[in-house]
Design a binder for this molecule. Structure first.
Ligand code: AMP
Length: 401
């Protein structure tokens, strides 16, 4: 589902597309409509699922589509760490770029100037405040925080906050808030103490569970950190060197499927291709040939990442990094079905490194990076930092409008 279908304000959709989001993630698809209805929510969703935008977008939508008092704090987001507070306020900067709303992060550490700046926002009003519990309590103790008009409360990574001993601090902060407000609670896990906290602060919440499944342990996962131009040669090398019998290669784009399969065919491999540009009957025939081992390698778009059940695929190659953790798990889950073992190899080019790190974060472990054969020449280092494509996109957008 895309963000227009969800019904967000145009200025937010501009922000979303400048951030490079095309489709809503499963968390966003489920959570945004519930928040827009004004319901309280308890959601189990891990980092990496797109949960930040899942609550920021509908909150900003409500702020800009309903009258709100700019001299009040309208939304409060309580998070366990300063890093998360900064990350959320940066996400807000991007998503709400074309709106008139903004967020301020209020967290521990820093100097007196920072405290004064926070004090100003907390006493004069702010659309959204993202805070760590201790720092917020320090401000509350001074008596100037304007919570009278607060409408929305978000607890993010609630299980982590309880692990860090913030239970009482959270309840104390909440005691300063108006009783009538919308409450949203996000947590990667749902132990009993989270349910108890939820019972205390949520009113008739909708419950959403979007924990992603992890890949089976019998799949050996590897990755190569390379440049785009090296991919096809590397894939040919893998196919020649390793004794795999049944190989599925995923590409994000049809054009890549076409290019890769024709290159492999030209080099003498037995290859079929599947993508949405082919008629259904052609696709079915190719799939049947693959199942019956008439072709050894199948190159496909994500059209094939869910639902197909071929038991003895022993290698899945991701020609590019899947869109998110969910897609990754679905793609590599095509191998090692039944009792078999399988291998999954992902190609990571420099601009996809951060996306791959997000997948590793979601899985909770790092995937082994294999050495690229030396005949392919120098390769990039693995240094997954967020690239600042967003600013460039915004500049282009502003120029156009
Ligand atoms: P989160 O789970 O909120 O930490 O988000 C994980 C990553 O996914 C962040 O880098 C987001 O910018 C990115 N992201 C969130 N929503 C989308 C989307 N709909 N499409 C593409 N990327 C997204």
């Amino acid at each position: 589902m895309n963000f227009e279908e969800i019904g967000l304000e145009k200025s937010l959709i501009d922000g979303v597309s400048a951030m490079g989001y095309e489709e809503a993630t499963p968390v966003q698809e489920k959570v945004i409509p519930i928040i827009l209805k004004g319901r309280d929510l308890i959601a189990s969703a891990q980092t990496g699922t797109g949960k930040t935008a899942a609550f920021l977008l509908p909150l900003v939508h409500q702020l800009i589509s309903q009258p709100h008092d700019v001299h009040q704090i309208n939304a409060l987001i309580i998070v366990p760490t300063r890093e998360l507070a900064i990350q959320i306020s940066q996400a807000m900067e991007g998503l709400a770029y074309f709106t008139s709303t903004s967020a301020i992060a209020v967290y521990g550490g820093g100097d007196g100037a920072l405290f004064t700046q926070e004090k100003k926002a907390l006493s004069l009003g702010a659309d959204m405040v993202v805070c760590t519990p201790g720092r917020m309590l320090a401000h509350l103790a001074m008596g100037y925080v304007k919570f009278d008009g607060l409408k929305y409360l978000v607890l993010d990574e609630a299980d982590r906050m309880l692990d860090m001993g913030f239970y009482d601090d959270i309840l104390k902060i909440i005691s300063y808030l108006p009783k009538k407000r919308q409450n949203l609670l996000f947590s990667a896990t749902m132990p009993t103490r989270i349910r108890m906290l939820a019972k205390k602060i949520l009113h008739d919440p909708v419950e959403i569970n979007i924990a992603i499944s992890k890949p089976p342990e019998k799949i050996k996962q590897y990755a190569y950190v390379i440049y785009e131009e090296q991919k096809i040669l590397l894939i040919k090398n893998i196919l020649k060197e390793k004794p795999f019998e049944c190989i599925l290669i995923f590409c994000s784009k049809i054009i890549q499927v076409r290019k890769l399969s024709s290159e492999l065919r030209y080099s003498g491999f037995s290859v079929g291709e599947i993508h949405s540009g082919l008629e259904q009957n052609v696709r079915e025939k190719v799939l049947l040939d693959f199942k019956n081992k008439k072709v050894k390698i199948l190159v496909a778009t994500d059209i094939l990442s869910r639902g197909i059940d071929i038991e003895d695929i022993d290698l899945v190659i991701n020609y590019d990094v899947p869109h998110d953790g969910e897609d990754y798990v679905h793609r590599i889950g095509r191998t090692a079905r039944a009792a078999n073992e399988g291998e999954a190899i992902t190609m990571i080019i420099p601009k996809e490194q951060y996306q791959f790190r997000a997948i590793e974060d979601l899985l909770g472990y790092n995937i082994k990076k294999l050495d690229v054969p030396s005949f392919l020449g120098p390769v990039p280092a693995y240094n997954p930092v967020k690239r600042n494509t967003t600013k460039r996109n915004f500049r282009n957008k502003k120029r156009k409008s």
